[in-house]
Design a protein around this ligand. Structure first.
Ligand SMILES: [Zn+2]
Length: 601
């Protein structure tokens, strides 16, 4: 569906010049503005525009913060009132750091055109220069640059403009907004390095929705539940959001929380929210004790409407941070200290939530819907939703009680042998510091043995994720020299917990980084095992009972001679004790932690 109408270029130009103000001329208009708000500029145009802004103003600096899979520079604009272009300086001067990222899904590019206007009004016309009074602004105008240059009119079937746009995923067919933890994409690795260098007090991720039709131009979400520090959440709910949403509404754009209908074709059943896992931008920032704002303009609104809604959201958000920067800085520092303090705990009771659900409770909420009817579709043979275009103000239940489904006690540290070389590399990207054992160390650890492992049959994000049952165990292990120790008394410890705890769906093991531990590498020949097995059962009455019970209760097992013999082989002295056992250890006693620190270099 395309709803954009054509405007006369001359009228548009005049309108934009008045926006630009006396200090700017029409050469500062972007491709978007020159096209009557119907088109968006290409990568080269965007880079040229950013470089020109930086060349014309001492308030702006253009850099590349990394390189894409196809070798394109990843653009970053830094805007500062007094050439504070380094994170340490920004902190020293009490400035908030705000990161505005657009085009993580390059087809949803509203944020780029909104950002270009905003940057111009800050550094060229000066009408919004005061936004730099309390903040250093980082703009990534296009994050997924390779996806952006897969440019064409057929990339977003649901979306009403621009005329041509980029593609959702990277050249490697990876969705960057699922990659925040595993960091498979070079673009994400560059982003995480940037993020952890600057540690933005607020980051903003600009998108366009798919999903149902409604009256709102724009929806948003922030993590406010048990997956983020309580003080940060309180500041967002009490100070930041009311002010920011008021600014969006005052600009004439209807705004609502980013929600999903509980049942696709029946709005009366209500809406649901939820907590984002850390593979997503907002869930990731929450693990880092940092707020992140997700902006989702509505796909069916005209491109100009969406860009303007994004522009006012960005402007409002920067203003809200600026109005209360002292309080924000304090709650973030308190959240960081709390994580560090918890890692030095002695009570063994501090826990980190890993997975979330939704409670049964709801509250009635006014929702500005578009009326729809269900009719029979001859094409699909099913029902189809027809939106009539009539606005409909409804009161419906909103289910947003986020509950904790799984949590885990925080250990003093995690320890991992050095052959798993991906781990230190990725931990570093997340801002985690590690130490290494200078000599072998035997210590007691908690860990897990995995059973019932099942792999996804189809790939997801280039990986075949694995599900399992993680059975806890405690044992003495010897970790070799060079083993990696990750203490939990550091600021980013929540990220380490989610990467190492198997119950987290974004853990290394769940994403398949540890798949090799599930492979059996030695086998017994049946005619050899027959004799050994008989002797084992004769000798050991409890093994005999276990074996008989397995044969009696598991018919698939009972019917397979090789499975039965292999079951015995794995329990024989020749079986591999490390098969399906997690090489990561949780150091949970202070004596083991002291020993590890002592043995570390
Ligand atoms: Zn998106």
């Amino acid at each position: 569906m395309k709803r954009a109408s054509f405007s006369l270029a001359g009228v548009v130009l005049a309108a934009q010049l008045s926006v630009c103000g006396p200090a700017a001329d029409s050469t500062w208009l972007t491709t978007y503005e020159r096209s009557g708000f119907l088109r968006t500029g290409r990568y080269d145009e965007t880079i040229a525009y950013c470089k020109r802004l930086a060349g014309a103003s001492p308030l702006a600096k253009f850099i590349s913060f990394g390189v894409s899979a196809r070798g394109r520079d990843l653009p970053l604009m830094i805007l500062s009132q007094d050439r504070t272009f380094e994170p340490a300086q920004a902190r020293q001067k009490g400035k908030a750091v705000i990161l505005i990222q657009s085009g993580i899904h390059a087809g949803e590019i509203d944020g780029k055109d909104a950002s270009q206007r905003l940057m111009r009004e800050i550094v060229i016309t000066g009408s919004l220069r005061s936004l730099l009074d309390h903040a250093v602004l980082l703009f990534i105008p296009i994050f997924n640059v390779d996806g952006h240059e897969r440019f064409g009119p057929y990339n977003r079937i649901n979306q009403n403009g621009p005329a041509e746009t980029g593609w959702r995923v990277t050249a490697q067919n990876l969705n960057l907004n699922r990659d925040f933890m595993k960091a498979d994409a070079p673009e994400m690795r560059a982003f995480l390095t940037l993020f952890n260098r600057w540690l933005p007090d607020l980051s903003i991720d600009c998108h366009v929705t798919d999903g149902i039709d409604f009256q709102y131009d724009v929806t948003y979400t922030m993590e406010l539940g048990p997956n983020i520090d309580r003080g940060v959440s309180a500041w967002l709910s009490g100070a930041f959001l009311p002010k920011t949403l008021h600014a969006v509404e005052a600009s004439g754009h209807k705004v609502f929380t980013y929600v999903f209908p509980r049942e696709d074709h029946d709005l009366a059943k209500g809406l649901s929210g939820g907590a984002a896992p850390p593979r997503f931008s907002t869930g990731y920032a929450a693990l880092q004790n940092r707020p992140a704002l997700l902006i989702e303009t509505h796909m069916l609104k005209a491109y100009r409407t969406r860009v303007e809604a994004t522009y006012h959201f960005l402007r409002g958000a920067i203003g809200s941070v600026g109005a209360d920067v002292g309080a924000l800085t304090r709650v973030l520092a308190a959240a960081d200290s709390e994580v560090v303090r918890r890692g030095r705990h002695t009570d063994g009771e501090s826990s980190v939530p890993l997975n979330f659900g939704l409670g049964p409770g709801s509250r009635m909420t006014e929702f500005l819907a578009i009326r729809s009817v269900q009719v029979k579709s001859e094409l699909s043979g099913g029902e189809r939703t027809v939106y009539t275009g009539e606005p409909d103000r409804v009161m419906i239940p909103f289910y947003d009680q986020i509950t904790i489904a799984d949590s885990v006690r925080v250990p003093f540290a995690y320890i991992l042998s050095p052959e798993w070389e991906f781990a230190p590399r990725i931990l570093k990207l997340h801002g985690l510091s590690i130490r290494r054992l200078a000599r072998p160390l035997t210590l007691e650890v908690e860990s897990y043995r995995f059973t019932d492992a099942q792999w996804q049959t189809r790939p997801f994000e280039g990986r075949h994720g694995v599900t399992y049952r993680a059975v806890p165990l405690t044992e003495s292990r010897t970790y070799p020299r060079g083993s990696v120790i990750v203490s939990c008394d550091q600021r980013a410890a929540n990220v380490a917990v989610h990467l190492f705890e198997p119950e987290s769906r974004d853990s290394f093991v769940a994403w398949g980084f540890f798949d090799a531990i599930f492979e059996q590498k030695e086998y017994a020949e049946p005619y050899v095992m027959e004799k050994v097995g008989r002797e084992m059962l004769e000798r050991d009455s409890s093994l005999r009972r276990e074996y008989r019970q397995k044969v009696e209760t598991d018919t698939v097992f009972a019917a397979r001679a090789d499975s039965r013999l292999n079951w015995l082989y794995l329990r024989s002295p020749w079986g591999d004790p490390w098969l399906g056992k997690y090489p990561v250890g949780r150091i949970v006693t202070s004596s083991a932690f002291l020993a590890a620190q002592d043995a570390a270099r």
